[in-house]
Design a protein around this ligand. Structure first.
Ligand SMILES: Cc1cc2nc3c(=O)[nH]c(=O)nc-3n(C[C@H](O)[C@H](O)[C@H](O)COP(=O)(O)OP(=O)(O)OC[C@H]3O[C@@H](n4cnc5c(N)ncnc54)[C@H](O)[C@@H]3O)c2cc1C
Ligand code: SF4
Length: 345
């Protein structure tokens, strides 16, 4: 490894006048873009990931399009009709502090409250949050050449390197980087719909289809076409019996080593519906259908929660330094299930 001298590269800055001109500008440059990761033009929301990675020389956009002028239309928190819609430019802190989100969707409020720091949450948006990049040390340090995600085809320094924080689910022999965010686990557990605005208009996809596991092309992280913007998130129904539990090296200002987003419908002690999603242990926000199937229709007790937790990690594959994540993750799932099943609503 040879150390490279770095300085921040020059870039152009534009303020979006409206959504239509923002997507036109982004899409016009799209032909020159390699996928998502190396885009030459990039939307700027709170900037807490993007500017960080530009300073590290990991992301090198030639132009930033500041989408904050769209905030009046894109930052609403709407709870009408028993459903929830969140604008992509809503700040993490505003959504976490919303009393109705806390009451009807505690898994969302907690996933946001337990993330980052108060200052970051005041700045950071939901859209930027779900598109944050991995914290893999080798990805974030350009002195390492071997990173398939940053430098496709170069290898993966983490496979034989220090991989304590890396993923045990959804990995490939090209990349084992962990998806680092918290809010996305709540979205995947609640079957959220993602609203995307592009030059052809608005389209909706299941949130679960946003992130792509690394496979043979870890540099392609999402299914967004270049130039598309996330404009909102929609959730059907209310999920008051839901929790987000996060295990980390310290109690604040730290990413998850293992986390669980749980939503349950329990009637007379029987689990009618169950949603189980994992964070900190997988390459993408990870929904565990097998654990949900095991829970549904069963009388809840801690033995059932333990079996669901075992099932959640049945396919886990550890590396030299991260085997501890499997028992830790099981404990987090079992405890989160217990907390959700026994909470007073
Ligand atoms: C020290 C530190 C600790 C942190 N800890 C946590 C943590 O514990 N849990 C957690 O979840 N997060 C954590 N974060 C990450 C933080 O939450 C994200 O940086 C933040 O949510 C990103 O939002 P932003 O608005 O600042 O995005 P930006 O930095 O502006 O953008 C991020 C990316 O998304 C793109 N983008 C932004 N908005 C849109 C949009 N609407 N449509 C399409 N593309 C868009 C940008 O082009 C960029 O590529 C931490 C960050 C730091 C620096
Ligand atoms: S785990 Fe992924 S992001 Fe980390 S070095 Fe390997 S290829 Fe790069």
């Amino acid at each position: 490894m040879s150390r490279k001298a770095r300085s921040m590269r020059p870039f152009a800055y534009q303020r979006a006048a409206d959504a239509s001109s923002a997507v036109q500008t982004l899409a016009a440059a799209a032909v020159e873009n390699t996928p998502q990761t190396e885009a030459t033009i990039q939307p700027l929301a709170g900037g807490t990931t993007l500017i960080d990675l530009m300073k590290l020389d990991v992301m090198r956009p030639g132009t930033l399009v500041d989408i904050n002028p769209l905030a009046s239309a894109w930052s609403t928190i709407d709870l009408e009709g028993g459903n929830l819609r969140l604008g992509a430019l809503a700040r993490m802190s505003d959504v976490a502090a919303n009393p109705q989100v806390q009451q009807y969707y505690p898994v969302i409020a907690d996933s946001l409250k337990l993330a980052a720091s108060p200052q970051l949450r005041n700045m950071a948006t939901l859209g930027g949050n779900v598109l944050q990049r991995t914290r893999c040390t080798y990805f974030r340090d350009v002195n390492y050449d071997n990173c398939n995600k940053r430098n496709p085809g170069s290898g993966c320094a983490a496979l034989e390197g220090f991989n304590r924080t890396h993923a045990v689910l959804g990995t490939s022999d090209r990349c084992i980087a962990t998806y680092p965010g918290d809010f996305a686990q709540a979205m995947i557990a609640l079957d959220a719909t993602l609203e995307i605005t592009g030059k052809s208009g608005v389209r909706n996809i299941p949130f679960a289809q946003l992130h792509k596991p690394p496979g043979d092309s870890p540099q392609i992280e999402t299914t967004l076409a270049a130039g598309e913007l996330i404009s909102g998130f929609a959730i059907s129904g209310r999920w008051p019996r839901s929790v987000y539990l996060k295990a980390r090296d310290r109690q604040s200002y730290e990413f998850a080593l293992a986390s669980a987003a749980i939503a349950l419908d329990v009637q007379d002690g029987v689990v009618r519906d169950a949603r189980v999603a994992l964070g900190g242990v997988a390459t993408v926000p990870w929904r565990v259908g097998a654990a949900e199937a095991l829970l549904k229709g069963q009388k809840f007790d801690d033995a059932l929660a333990q079996r669901a937790a075992e099932t959640a990690f049945a396919d886990a594959k550890s590396r030299e330094h991260n085997a501890f994540k499997i028992p830790l993750g099981r404990r987090v799932v079992a405890r989160a299930l217990h907390r959700a099943a026994t909470m007073e609503i």
